[in-house]
Structures are given as C-alpha cells and as structure tokens.
Unconditional design. Structure first.
Length: 316
C-alpha cells in the first residue's frame, strides 16, 4: 500500500528540476503551459515580440529585454555603449516582426555607490538610439542592486499584412541573413551594432517575407527556432555564411549577439529581391528550407551534409 501511495504521489507531484536542468527555453515552455491569454492576443510567448489586436489595420507589438552586468556587458565598457545596446536589442525584436517601434519604458537596478555621471551616460546612450529610430522613452522604474541591471520594454505597431513571425517558413524557401556573423563579443560588435529596422522595412515593403527572427542566440539556435515553429528542416551552405573578420564557422553558428536578421523567402520572392538594384542593404542567401524529415543540415566541401547541433547561449 505504501509503495502504491508513493507511486501515486510521484505521478501527481513530479520532482521539480532545477533551472539549470530545465534550461531557459524549458522554463519558457513551462510558462506557456500555465499562462492563459485573452482573445485579443494574436501571438503570446514564443516569438520576438508579443502581437496584440489594436485596430482593423494594425497590431500592437510588445517586447522586453534585460541586460545584466558581467553577463551582457562589463562595468569597464562605455556606459553610453551599454545604454545603446539596451535600447537597440529591443528595436531589433520589433524589426524582426516587420514593425515600427514607438514607446519605451526603462527600469534600472543599480548600486547607490554608482556615480551620477555613469547613470547619465547610460541614459544618454539609450536616448540617442531611441531618437535615431523614432522611439520615445516615456517612463520606467529604479531599484537598488549590487550589479547593474537594465530592462527596456518597448511597444511598436505593424500593419497586419506585413506582420512576420517565426512560424511561416515553407519548404523551398530560401534562407537569408542581413550581415556577417561571429566574434561579436571579441570585436565589441554586441555594443555597437545597429538594429536592422530599415532593412526589415525595406523587406516587408518589397517582398512577402515568410518567416523572420533576429540573431541573438546564434545562427544555429535562432534558425532552429524558425524550424521548430514552422515544422520544417533546413540545409545551410558553409561557404555562403557571411562571417565577421577572423570568425570561424563555429563562431558564426554559435556565438550569438549578432543582431542581424534571419529570414526566409519563397524562391520567386528571393529572385525578385536579388534582382533589384538595391545598393543600400546587403542580403546574403545561405541555404534552403527543406521538409522536416531532412532535419537541420550544413553543406560542407564536396557537397557533404552534416547535422547541425542546435545550441546557443544558455542563461541556465
């Protein structure tokens, strides 16, 4: 009887894993199971931004990102550059949905021993980037913290017909990125990148984009998100992946913090994009969407296909 009770207790109260065992995306899936949303939510957890019903022609976008000292930046880094990054990574999320950013609130956790000058420079960096992309900072919060924490929440709008999510990739689509990848931390690119908002607007106005994401966790991980959401596979070509100077193919696949856009177009739309006399924005075709049964592969020399390990930065 005791054994039966223990078995029953285990079934209804499963052993709780530590966050390190569950992982960041396991934790997100855990939240998804618990959270119930209203009918006004077009897309909740699981994309670059939440999508909410707004008007007959537009959706509201909502995203947030948190940066923490010694994880996303160092105290020795320029505070203006850190402020820029805090704002820019949120704008990148809005761009990946095909939208335009509007309003931001900023929450700051910081030590009372920090100089006022440091804080002013943080906000100067955020404000400069916000103005460049048409964002108004309209509020926020401040708390005491041993390490500096910056959280930006950002709203945006998107025309309904221009909304792009991760789940729209189709077999036969061509896969593109907007710039070179890898060695973002080594080159300080992660502090000085510009979100590809104008490139995204060019794309959604000129083409029918099937799926899009910004590359924050790494090419392999973020393309993996598209493949999972869309129920497809992919083959990418090692020779076609643009890399930052001195970056290896592994660094291009797994480093992350590149904040380039990764997107898919049908073959006809890809031909249209590549045939346009577009000298402002570079777009690099790196592979093709395949049936789910093919998995996620990379083509190496002599056409040899190898399976891509889908991994990226893990918080836990």
């Amino acid at each position: 009887m005791r054994a039966q009770l223990e078995k029953y207790s285990h079934e209804i109260m499963p052993k709780q894993n530590k966050l390190a065992d569950l992982g960041e995306f396991g934790l997100i899936r855990n939240f998804q199971k618990q959270i119930k949303v209203s009918r006004s939510v077009v897309k909740g957890i699981g994309d670059d931004a939440a999508v909410l019903s707004l008007t007959a022609k537009q959706h509201l976008l909502l995203t947030t990102d948190m940066l923490m000292e010694n994880v996303h930046f160092k105290r020795s880094h320029s505070p203006e550059a850190v402020g820029h990054k805090a704002m820019a990574c949120n704008i990148s999320d809005i761009a990946a949905m095909g939208g335009m950013p509007q309003y931001a609130v900023v929450s700051l956790g910081i030590s009372g021993k920090t100089s006022v000058s440091y804080v002013n420079q943080l906000y100067r960096g955020m404000q400069r980037t916000a103005r460049k992309f048409g964002v108004s900072i309209v509020g926020g919060d401040t708390i005491r913290s041993k390490k500096t924490i910056i959280n930006v929440a950002l709203t945006g709008v998107v025309d309904k017909q221009k909304l792009v999510m991760r789940s729209g990739a189709k077999v036969g689509d061509q896969i593109f990125v907007t710039g070179p990848l890898g060695c973002s931390y080594a080159t300080n690119h992660h502090l000085k990148f510009m979100p590809r908002l104008f490139e995204a607007q060019f794309l959604v106005k000129q083409c029918r984009v099937n799926a899009m994401i910004d590359i924050s966790d790494g090419l392999a991980a973020d393309l993996g998100h598209i493949l999972k959401a869309s129920g497809v596979g992919a083959i990418i070509d090692k020779q076609l992946i643009p890399r930052r100077d001195h970056a290896t193919i592994n660094e291009a696949l797994y480093d992350g913090e590149d904040f380039e856009l990764l997107f898919t177009l049908s073959k006809s739309e890809a031909r249209k994009l590549l045939s346009q006399k577009n000298k402002r924005y570079p777009f690099y075709m790196i592979g093709e969407i395949t049936p789910n049964t093919k998995g996620f592969m990379i083509r190496e020399k002599h056409g040899i296909l190898k399976k891509v390990l889908v991994k990226g930065y893990r918080h836990f």
